[in-house]
Design a protein around this ligand. Sequence first.
Ligand code: IPE
Ligand code: IPE
Ligand code: MG
Length: 243
Amino acid sequence: MDLKAAINTQNLPQHVAIIMDGNGRWAKKQGKLRTFGHKHGVEAVRDTVEAAAELGVKYLTLYAFSTENWNRPKLEIDMLMELLIKTIHAETKTLNNNNIRLQAIGHLASLPKKCQQQLNETITNTANNSRMTLVLALSYSAKWEITQAVKQLAVQVAKGELVAQDISETTISNALTTANMPDPELLIRTSGEYRISNFLLWQIAYAELYFCQKLWPDFRRNDFYEAIIDYQKRERRFGGVKS
Ligand code: IPE
Ligand code: IPE
Ligand code: MG
């Protein structure tokens, strides 16, 4: 069945966020090291990014490394950072060919210098692309993000630049690392885990959640299409009643 043809392009989520999970288990199932799974996860990223851009999704946010992931063995972290640098470097040309802009959210200053440099280089290099924005969440956690937003607003109030009474949902949204991005309408998590793992807590207040059993390295465009088709069957009421 042609899943792509079953998608109503008039009812696409503008922003899809994905918790790419299951690389370690994928590798372990084959008697390989966890890092083997991360390497193969790149193929899933490539296919998903391409599928999302082709469909007309405007923002795709990928949870690639959480604040909590710093607790993993140093060898795995080092390999993930190396893979990140290599992949971003290698894919810059494809991003430009496909008119895709790269952005990053998270505590980027905590990433290795080389990683920050490569990110900045590709972000600058792709800044004028307009078909889709690919957002990488790196050293990201929602509680960290909300905490830094609260601090930022408190400083503005202390300086007299902002009146406490004027703090609104918009003020808070604008103090998050996702300022200027629409909230995700669809959140996908792979690997059969049913949790959010500290991802975009504020922004997913009304997102549709989609859990997929596949491990991330096995995820391909058809799985992405299935998630979109499922999303399109949902009745989004936002607390109201069906008209
Ligand atoms: C997701 O896969 C990738 C990252 C968190 C960096 P995992 O590495 O969490 O794989 P599992 O969940 O242990 O299988
Ligand atoms: C969430 O996956 C973080 C990323 C996908 C980057 P984890 O594997 O780190 O989360 P838990 O441990 O299942 O909550
Ligand atoms: Mg995991």
